[in-house]
Design a protein around this ligand. Structure first.
Ligand SMILES: Nc1ncnc2c1ncn2[C@@H]1O[C@H](COP(=O)(O)OP(=O)(O)O)[C@@H](O)[C@H]1O
Ligand SMILES: [Mg+2]
Length: 234
């Protein structure tokens, strides 16, 4: 059984639908990426999983249970955490305080989980008492992911984790994504750096105008001429 199964969802933010029938799935321990042009509905599809979009039709199953209509806080309790594209850390709080904020639904094991996160992201440990806003872009993303991991989710949703980072850091973020998966967390991410993202993902989906266009193994999509010409800049 898939961890997450999105079946033919239709919906949006108000009157007009943004998603016109989007389907995807994520298996345990998988890294899955959604790519596609700006405005395709990639972020909307991910927000739909997190209960932030009005869904008119279709189903979203997580571990076999329907999430449609569930409140975001209950979705988090079931094991899904979301790292938004921007403003995903509290810049004036220290690294450690950011992690503690992530534990808001946790009543025990907070110190142990914090230690696990510092083991996962060693560069954060010496900076634990520094405001998150003083860190590099790559390290801020570690804080944002670490904060989400404080709740020990089964699935992490990442919206453009490499946005605005220089090429040097982009590779570093994808390494981190792999480490997070090795930590036992499945990942669904949206990426503009489509070629690199498909190269690191197990599977990918190409979305355009709120619909599925292509799907397959990351490497197969990269090698597909039609996908390359239409969506990957040749
Ligand atoms: N909060 C919102 N309210 C209304 N419309 C939105 C909102 N967020 C995004 N949209 C619209 O939904 C469409 C898809 O946006 P989005 O899912 O962010 O695309 P992508 O992530 O693929 O670039 C766009 O036309 C965008 O203007
Ligand atoms: Mg987006």
């Amino acid at each position: 059984m898939s961890l997450l199964q999105v079946e033919d969802i239709v919906g949006g933010y108000g009157e007009a639908d943004i998603l016109h029938g989007v389907s995807l799935h994520v298996d345990p321990d998988e890294i899955v990426v959604i790519v596609g042009p700006n405005g395709a509905g990639k972020s909307t599809a991910m927000k739909a999983v997190f209960g932030l979009v009005h869904i008119r039709a279709g189903r979203i199953l997580f571990q076999g249970q329907d999430l449609r209509g569930a409140r975001t806080v209950d979705i988090v309790k079931r094991g899904i955490c979301f790292v938004p594209q921007t403003e995903n850390v509290f810049p004036s709080l220290t690294v450690e305080e950011n992690l503690e904020m992530g534990a808001f639904l946790r009543d025990s094991g907070i110190a142990e989980q914090k230690d696990r996160i510092f083991e996962l992201f060693p560069p954060l440990k010496p900076k634990r008492r520094q405001p998150a806003g003083t860190l590099s872009g790559g390290q801020r993303q570690m804080v944002a992911m670490g904060r989400a991991l404080m709740l020990d989710p089964k699935l992490l949703l990442l919206d453009e984790p490499t946005a605005g980072l220089s090429p040097k850091f982009i590779g570093q973020i994808f390494d981190i994504v792999h480490q997070v998966r090795d930590f036992g967390v499945a990942i669904l991410m949206v990426e503009q750096n489509a070629k690199q993202a498909l190269a690191v993902a197990d599977r990918g989906y190409v979305l355009a105008t709120g619909r599925n266009r292509f799907e397959g193994k990351g490497a197969d999509l990269l090698a597909d001429r039609e996908v390359a010409q239409a969506f990957l800049g040749g």
